[in-house]
Ligand binder design. Structure first.
Ligand SMILES: *[C@@H]1O[C@H](CO)[C@@H](O)[C@H](O)[C@H]1NC(C)=O
Ligand SMILES: *[C@@H]1O[C@H](CO)[C@@H](O)[C@H](O)[C@H]1NC(C)=O
Ligand SMILES: *[C@@H]1O[C@H](CO)[C@@H](O)[C@H](O)[C@H]1NC(C)=O
Ligand SMILES: *[C@@H]1O[C@H](CO)[C@@H](O)[C@H](O)[C@H]1NC(C)=O
Ligand SMILES: *[C@@H]1O[C@H](CO)[C@@H](O)[C@H](O)[C@H]1NC(C)=O
Ligand SMILES: *[C@@H]1O[C@H](CO)[C@@H](O)[C@H](O)[C@H]1NC(C)=O
Length: 680
């Protein structure tokens, strides 16, 4: 116990300067005395830094009583507190921030927070307040100065939040997300009129009574996402700036008819079931509108008005007469419009007539067969246009439109015929995504009526994606006058590439992909593209690769080709700059790649796929495959050298035998002579 308290004190001391010393000593004695009196074991592990006490994750079942009286922050998150009934908190009257996140709190005694006149932030998220049915009838008492109250993740039912909200005059930020609220009654917020931000994300709200938010004059942010709201018929929150209704079951959204200005800036209606374009406030400042993943069949909102009128008559509702809508609305300030994942077949060009500020337009994943931008809605502020994954066969951009367009997504359409000079008339175009179409690339001098698209002389274009277009030919000078940085022509099996196809790109091109094109040879010399850093030639049928002079390529992918060797000149051209060479899945020869092998064995980090790179050699008239890393000189002893070795051995053996024979013979005759002499 003592040691633990010492630990607490040391922590405090080490964190602060010596001037704190006296006060800490005092604290130490005070703590010691209280602890001795209460015999509590709990203080031990709380950590106190200046005015903040951290008692998180200590299995506490009650609030520790021995902390300094003047603390401002008390963090009791991740403990086992169940009932807040003790008045121990009264000994901490200066608390501003009380964190009770992730306990098991079910019950809070009325008046519990009353004496905490300075409490500003109260976090009760992730507790079990829902088990307390009394919340519906009682009241907690005043939350005098609390401005942020987090009640998220408590399983609270409808009206239970009233317990906290009846007298919360300073409350501005309220988190009720992750509860089980089904209905918002018109008195829910009548005791918390200062609210600015209400988060009701992830409840099961089906109904919002008329007038529920009307008296909240400062309300600017309302998150109703992930609920079960089916429609909004009379949107009238003039002061609201952000409304999130995503992930509900909305079939329509309609604002009341009024000439007064709405402050709404962000409206998120994503993931609903809306059929017709919403009827937005006529005098709006809207900058962000997300209608993606709905069931829009038309951008005409007349249908919405008609449908609502019908609903009204059916329900015999008496409302102000509908604002007559002539189909398209005024959206002068709109900056971002997302209509992706709907069922639009057509968007008439005059739909954009008021959208002078629109910078991002996303109509991807619809059923557009044609798309026209003309002088009625020139979209001259638009920077990003996404028309990908539609059924576009025809695309028309009139002269003098789309002057700011930087990025155009057209992938996944059926474009085969386009105005030949269509892209050169876009003065700011930088990035073109044309993969998964059926386009043909024009040569430099090609007749523009011959059903091809020209990519030459577009001085702003840097990124061009043409993969999966069934391209058969990349003609000479196709990109002359267009300073491409990135060119992707992958996955066009059968593509022929002219030797001059990339001329003009010598200094600009840094990335080139020709992956998956069934290329047998590469007639162009990539070392002439001085800017080139990354080249993907994988999944082709290349049998050779040659570079004439030193290249600047840093990453070269040659995976899955038919290369048997890389010649010394090519390797020398690469060696200076190369950082990564991918070469697995090629029928490499173990014995014709001495330079590559010594490179692989010395600097294996340059070959990231080295563990799967193999090569072949012949052994006993059979091809044997081994890892490139394991090649040893003896694998490459050719038949010739073996014959030589055998004959040398044979000659040696033969020579030895001759010598031996001669020696024996000599010996024999000597012993004869010896015999003679003996006789003699
Ligand atoms: C809290 O209780 C759990 C389960 O009994 C135990 O594993 C954990 O170590 C305890 N934590 C502390 C800080 O005592
Ligand atoms: C908390 O209060 C409930 C009901 O008021 C009671 O059943 C429970 O035993 C109390 N728990 C503690 C830890 O005091
Ligand atoms: C609306 O809520 C959803 C779900 O919580 C969230 O993903 C989205 O970002 C929110 N929209 C805006 C505009 O903040
Ligand atoms: C909108 O649809 C209505 C019929 O539903 C039609 O009369 C009107 O002309 C359409 N408006 C536009 C701008 O297409
Ligand atoms: C358009 O929407 C789709 C689907 O929601 C998304 O994947 C894509 O990134 C969006 N495009 C742009 C340019 O943001
Ligand atoms: C594409 O649209 C233009 C203008 O609307 C039209 O003149 C042309 O015939 C259309 N082309 C195709 C192939 O539909």
């Amino acid at each position: 116990m003592y040691a633990m308290k010492g630990h607490l004190w040391r922590k405090s001391q080490s964190a602060h300067s010596n001037t704190m010393g006296a006060r800490l000593w005092f604290l130490f004695f005070a703590v010691n005395e209280v602890a001795a009196l209460v015999h509590s074991q709990q203080l031990s592990s709380c950590q106190v830094f200046q005015k903040d006490a951290y008692c998180s994750n200590l299995n506490l079942t009650s609030i520790p009583p021995q902390l300094p009286a003047s603390i401002h922050t008390l963090d009791l998150s991740w403990n086992l507190l169940q009932n807040l009934t003790e008045d121990v908190l009264f000994s901490y009257p200066t608390i501003k921030h009380l964190n009770l996140h992730s306990n098991r709190i079910q019950f809070i005694q009325p008046g519990f927070f009353q004496k905490m006149a300075h409490l500003q932030v109260l976090d009760l998220s992730k507790n079990e307040l829902h088990v307390n049915a009394a919340l519906k009838t009682n009241a907690l008492g005043p939350l005098t100065s609390v401005h942020t109250l987090d009640l998220s993740g408590n399983g609270l039912f409808t009206d239970m939040s009233d317990y906290f909200l009846r007298d919360a005059p300073a409350l501005t930020d309220l988190y009720l997300n992750g509860n089980s609220i089904t209905k918002l009654g018109k008195d829910t917020f009548s005791g918390s009129l200062a609210l600015r931000n209400i988060n009701l994300h992830n409840n099961v709200i089906l109904e919002i009574e008329e007038g529920t938010f009307d008296s909240l004059l400062d309300l600017t942010e309302l998150d109703l996402s992930m609920n079960s709201i089916s429609c909004i018929t009379d949107f009238n929150l003039f002061h609201l700036k952000s409304l999130n209704l995503s992930k509900n079951s909305m079939t329509s959204f309609q604002s009341i008819e009024s000439d007064e200005e709405f402050q709404l800036l962000h409206l998120d209606l994503r993931e609903n079931k809306i059929h017709y374009f919403p009827i937005l406030p006529s005098n709006n400042k809207l900058i962000y509108l997300d209608l993606s993943r709905n069931q829009l069949r038309s951008v005409n909102s007349t249908g919405a008005a008609e449908e609502l009128q019908y609903l009204r008559e059916k329900e015999e509702l008496t409302h102000a007469p509908l604002r007559s809508s002539n189909g398209h609305q005024e959206l002068h300030r709109l900056f971002y419009l997302d209509l992706s994942y709907n069922q639009l077949k057509n968007v008439p060009p005059d739909f954009f007539s008021s959208m002078r500020s629109l910078e991002t337009l996303n109509i991807s994943n619809n059923c557009l067969g044609t798309f026209i931008v003309d002088s009625e809605g020139p979209l001259n502020a638009l920077k990003t246009l996404d028309l990908s994954f539609n059924n576009l066969q025809n695309l028309t951009f009139s002269e003098g439109t789309l002057r700011s367009l930087v990025t155009l997504y057209l992938q996944g359409n059926s474009l085969s015929i386009l105005d030949s000079g269509m892209f050169s008339s876009l003065p700011s175009i930088t990035s073109l995504h044309l993969q998964l179409n059926e386009l043909r690339v024009c040569g430099l001098q090609e007749d523009p009526t011959s059903n091809c698209v020209s990519f030459s002389s577009i001085p702003t274009l840097q990124y061009l994606y043409l993969s999966e277009n069934e391209l058969s030919y990349l003609p000479a000078h196709a990109f002359q006058g267009t300073p491409l940085l990135i060119l992707d022509v992958s996955l066009n099996p059968g593509l022929k590439v002219s030797e001059q196809a990339l001329s003009g790109l010598e200094n600009s091109l840094t990335y080139l992909s020709l992956k998956g094109n069934h290329l047998k040879t590469l007639s162009m010399d990539m070392s002439l593209l001085r800017g080139l850093r990354m080249v993907d030639l994988s999944s082709n049928r290349l049998t050779s690769l040659s570079l004439s002079t030193e290249s600047n390529i840093e990453v070269l992918n040659l995976k899955n080709n038919r290369l048997t060797f890389l010649d010394d000149q090519t390797l020398m051209a690469l060696e200076g700059m190369l950082k990564s060479l991918y070469i697995s899945f090629n029928p490499l020869s173990c014995c014709a790649n001495a330079r590559l092998i010594s490179w692989a064995q010395q600097a294996s980090e340059t070959i990231p796929d080295i563990t799967v790179v193999t090569c072949q050699y012949r052994k006993n008239n059979e091809d044997v495959e081994i890892s490139l890393r394991n090649v040893k000189p003896e694998h490459c002893e050719t038949l010739h050298s073996k014959v030589l070795l055998i004959s040398i051995i044979a000659v040696l053996v033969l020579g030895l035998m001759v010598v031996l024979l001669v020696a024996i013979k000599l010996c024999h005759s000597r012993s004869h002579r010896f015999n003679h002499s003996y006789k003699a």
